[in-house]
Each structure stands twice: as C-alpha cells, then as structure tokens.
Ligand binder design. Structure first.
Ligand code: NDP
Length: 411
C-alpha cells in the first residue's frame, strides 16, 4: 500500500518501523492527533503547534484592537506591544486600503502581443462573462472578474491579467478557477501557446498603507535624547534604502509582526511573504518596506505593502482556534483585517529600530531568549525561573553556561 493510501494508524506504524520511535515519542504523535487537521492535508501524522499571544492594545483609525499573534520567536510579541504603546501615544496608526483585487494570469508564448491586446479589448465583455460563469457565486455577491489587461513580456511572451474582486476571501482558488476558464478561450482562439493559468501573489491591487506621526516624547528612553533617537531611526532606515543586506533584515523584522497575525488569522503566510518581498524589490532593488522621516518635533513612519488576506475561505472556516482569533480581532471585513496586520508590521519595525539605535537589539532580546535557552538545555518548567535568574547574572548567557549552571543546580 502506498503511504498516502494508509489510514492514520497505518502511517504511524510505517513511520515507527522506519524510525524506531520511543514510547514517549509515539505518545506525542498520538496526543497531538486532530481529526480536523487530518482532513486538511495529505499524509497527516500529527499536529504541530506554536505559541500564541496577544498584542493587547493598538489604536488603528481611532479604534482599539487586541491582536492575536502566533510565533515561536520570544521577543516578537513584546516588541510589537512596545511599538504599539509608543504609536498609541501619537494617536495610533492611520491606515488606508485603496483597492482589493487579486490578479490572475493567463500566460501565453509564441504570441503576437497586439493580436492578444486587440482580442482582449474587443472581447472584454464576453471574457468577463466567461470567467464569472466559472464561479458565479463570487459575481452574485458583487465580486468576480472585473477587468482584463495585457502585458508584453517580450520575445512573444504575454501575460493576460485578470483583475478579480474576491470579496471577503483571499481568493486563490476562486482566481485559479476563473483564470483557467479564460485560458480555455485563448486556447480555442489559437493565438499562441497557452502555457498556464494561475493567480499572481504579487498582489499590487491589494495595497494597504499605514502611517504614524509620533511626537518625540512617545519614543523617549531613559539615558537617550528623544530627538536623537528619532534622527538615528531615520538614519538606520536610510541604510535600508541603500543596502539590500540591511533592508532584508529590517523587512524580516516587519514580517515578524505581519506573519504572526497572518498565521493567527488562518491566512496563507507564504503567499503574503512572497508578495511583500516582491513589492520591496518593485523598482529593481530590494529596499525597506517602512520609511521613517522626522522634523523638529515629530517622527513619521509609513509602510505600503500588498495584503490580500481573507476572513473566509481556506482553513479560516475550518480551524476552531482561527475562529476564536477572529473573535479577538473583531474585524468585519478582509480589508479591515489587512489594515490591522500592516499596522502591527509598522509597530514591530518601530520597536526594533528604536532598540537598535539605542541600547542595541540584544539587551531586550536576550532577556526574552533566556527562557528558551533554559528549556533548550533541558530545564524543567520548575527549574526555568531559577536558571534564568542565574543566566541574567552570568558573564556569558550561552548554551554552555546554561548547561553548566543546570548541572550545578541539580547537584
Ligand atoms: P476558498 O477556496 O475556500 O474560497 C473561498 C470560499 O469562501 C468560497 O467557497 C466562497 O463561497 C466562500 N465565501 C463565503 N462568503 C464569502 C464572501 N463574502 N466573499 C468571498 N467568499 C466567500 O479559498 P480562497 O479562494 O480564498 O483560497 C485561499 C486558499 O488557497 C488558501 O488556503 C491558500 O493557501 C490556497 N492557495 C494559495 C495559492 C497561492 O497563494 N499561490 C495557490 C493555491 C491555493 P462560494 O464558493 O459560494 O463563492
């Protein structure tokens, strides 16, 4: 029997035969079984969980939100909460979501661009009807295929871009269904070689902008001049404008916040990451997503990224914890969720840059990493606080020291 044809018990037995699992390891796989999760993927053996915490208060467009975040990185939620605290002192985040459309691509080569362009112009209404007939419920709720454009990719390569309103869903499956239906038309017309039809994750029609204006007192820190902190944040940000090595790291920090909320909300974080990073390189050089500027009194931050998330569809309606998280988020629309996510990314970035240009990232970061370090060397839950206290006083809070202190503690 092939692995994917086995039932869950058979799959575990097959893995055990290959791996010689201990009794406690088998118990772990068993303990984390979920009937719902088994339905979601192929070759299911168990469920892998990550910690979830909450950013308790971020003000967005004058409303206060509590935001669930899923992450394994110790300092992420603390940093986001600290960023939000500073942002709230400046009146919160102001967000806009100008449009919310997904793009599906029909990709054709061996094609004459002007022939396809003319066909799309002349047949626009027919093509839109054809696409919407493939998933009529989306058009019935006011969404669906709205318009079609073409892009000449050179050397006979053409992209026919389908602009699709996916309403409250992220819409990948809906877009793919509509795109394949429209691709069928081009195949029948024999205007080139129709290679494939699929959505694009470069969701430039689902851009969200978030802005903050922070009086210097909001970013004050003992031992530092607030105006100096603001200027250094701007300078740090200018390095990311010039240097993709620094921009990648700054954007990773932004994604610490964005991905954590995307995951908690049951959305596809690979899709979001792909789109956001492509947007960071949209002018040919990879750059920072957030821009910081300041005048004599105020630090200004702004971020624009594609954020095509949904509040229905995919795993969102299936996973009970995701449903609970949507209740915590208290958002009514996909657009509102997208704005919360981008606001958290901005808060995350503020907190990281402020730490970097003042005491450095390690001071706060390592305090939070110490618990993970204690667990990594085998401390029990009861031993963790004692070991963390000892590590705080140690010259080097590294694994070797942690191991040694734990051994001494147990002697
Ligand atoms: P679904 O396939 O679940 O489609 C959305 C569902 O939500 C539809 O069944 C739709 O009903 C229903 N729905 C109910 N109310 C609404 C409403 N108000 N607005 C919109 N839809 C509503 O999910 P998506 O199409 O959103 O696809 C997301 C999934 O696709 C994710 O799991 C993602 O991982 C995956 N994916 C991602 C890809 C990528 O990013 N490249 C590629 C392929 C898949 P009805 O059917 O009646 O319209």
């Amino acid at each position: 029997m092939k692995f994917h044809q086995m039932n869950w018990q058979q799959r575990l037995a097959a893995i055990d035969a290959n791996t010689n699992l201990s009794t406690s390891e088998k118990a772990l796989l068993n303990h984390n079984y979920s009937a719902i999760n088994e339905q979601m993927i192929e070759n299911y053996i168990t469920s892998f969980s990550l910690p979830e915490g909450v950013l308790p208060n971020i003000i967005i467009n004058d409303d206060a939100y509590q935001v669930p975040m899923v992450t394994e990185e110790p300092s992420v939620i603390a940093a986001a909460s600290n960023g939000a605290r500073m942002i709230n002192m400046g009146g919160g985040v102001h967000t806009t979501n100008v449009s919310r459309e997904m793009i599906g691509q029909v990709l054709i080569n061996d094609a004459d661009f002007s022939t396809i362009e003319t066909l799309v112009t002349n047949q626009a209404a027919h093509l839109i009807d054809l696409g919407n007939a493939a998933h009529p419920s989306m058009a019935q709720r006011g969404g669906g295929l709205k318009r079609i454009t073409t892009r000449d990719l050179g050397s006979g390569f053409v992209s026919v871009d389908l602009h699709i309103d996916t309403q409250a869903a992220m819409g990948a499956n809906v877009v793919n269904t509509i795109s394949e239906a429209v691709a069928g038309y081009f195949k029948a017309q024999q205007v080139g070689n129709v290679v494939m039809a699929i959505l694009s994750n470069f969701a430039t029609s689902s851009l969200v902008t978030a802005k903050v204006a922070l009086p210097f007192k909001a970013i004050a820190k003992a031992g530092f001049e607030a105006a100096d902190i603001a200027q250094r944040i701007v300078l740090a940000n200018q390095f990311s404008q010039r240097d993709p090595y620094r921009a990648t790291t700054e954007n990773k920090g932004v994604m610490n916040g964005i991905d954590a909320v995307v995951m908690a909300s049951g959305n596809d974080w690979r899709a979001i990451s792909a789109g956001v990073h492509a947007y960071a390189a949209r002018d040919g050089q990879y750059r920072n997503l957030v821009t910081w500027t300041c005048d004599d009194t105020t630090l200004y931050g702004e971020i624009t990224v594609p954020m095509p998330v949904g509040i229905v569809g995919g795993s969102i309606s299936i996973v009970p914890l995701v449903q609970t998280n949507h209740k915590l988020l208290n958002v009514d629309s996909a657009s509102q969720l997208a704005q919360v996510i981008v606001a958290v990314g901005l808060a995350q970035n503020l907190s990281a840059l402020r730490a970097l240009v003042t005491s450095g990232i390690q001071a706060g970061h390592m305090q939070l990493q110490l618990k993970s370090l204690a667990l990594a060397v085998g401390a029990t839950i009861a031993e963790v606080p004692v070991l963390v206290t000892q590590l705080q006083q140690a010259a080097h809070a590294d694994m070797q020291t942690a191991r040694q202190l734990l051994t001494e503690m147990r002697e």
